[in-house]
Design a binder for this molecule. Structure first.
Ligand SMILES: C[S@@+](CC[C@H](N)C(=O)[O-])C[C@H]1O[C@@H](n2cnc3c(N)ncnc32)[C@H](O)[C@@H]1O
Length: 168
């Protein structure tokens, strides 16, 4: 292989690897989406509606954010995989949901003090760290929904199947 071949190969190979790794990204949980049939019921119970600020921490393909936005909320997803962020933002445009925003980054590097409702589907270690962070920074009456992996100190005011509901 000549050095020119090597340069051309590197120009394509490394960006491809970076994108492929981004699909697998998720330090606090792998990508496993919430089942569509549960989303509407859970968000309705949390009274997601116009005038509310909704965050999804680790937003995957954006499905929970779209549902919150279609119920009228100002809905934001934070996601580590740039591919999933691009996909979500594109789909939100196609669905004509201008009240959505997708941020590429780590959920621990953002402040959520303006939130009214937060949705979390991450593994135990990340959920535990978020419990500490969120109980310090959220305003009173903020609702948090966890799926499958739950807070350990706060007591849920409601449980529906795999979902727990907490109020600060
Ligand atoms: C179990 S999936 C849930 C996806 C989506 N919330 C849903 O319910 O359909 C977890 C998602 O969180 C993302 N994630 C994991 N750790 C993260 C972190 N520290 N910051 C941002 N996103 C993270 C993963 O990339 C993955 O897309």
């Amino acid at each position: 292989m000549s050095s020119l071949d090597l340069i051309i190969f590197s120009l394509f190979f490394f960006p491809f690897c970076a994108l492929a790794l981004s699909w697998l990204a998720g330090t606090d949980a792998p990508y496993v989406p919430t089942k569509m049939k549960n989303i509407n019921k859970v968000l309705k119970f949390a009274r997601v509606r116009k005038g509310k600020k909704f965050y999804e921490l680790g937003s995957g393909d954006g499905r929970v954010v779209y549902e919150a936005a279609s119920m009228g909320a100002d809905a934001v997803g934070i996601e580590q995989s740039i591919l999933r962020v691009w996909y979500s933002a594109l789909k939100a445009r196609n669905l004509n949901l201008p009240n959505t925003k997708f941020i590429h980054g780590n959920v621990f590097n953002k402040n959520y003090s303006d939130a009214n409702i937060i949705y979390i589907y991450l593994l135990t270690k990340g959920v535990k760290k978020l419990e500490e962070k969120l109980t310090k920074e959220l305003k009173k009456k903020t609702i948090i929904i966890t799926q499958t992996y739950h807070f350990q100190k706060l007591k849920p005011y409601k449980k529906i199947g795999d979902f727990n509901f907490y109020r600060i």
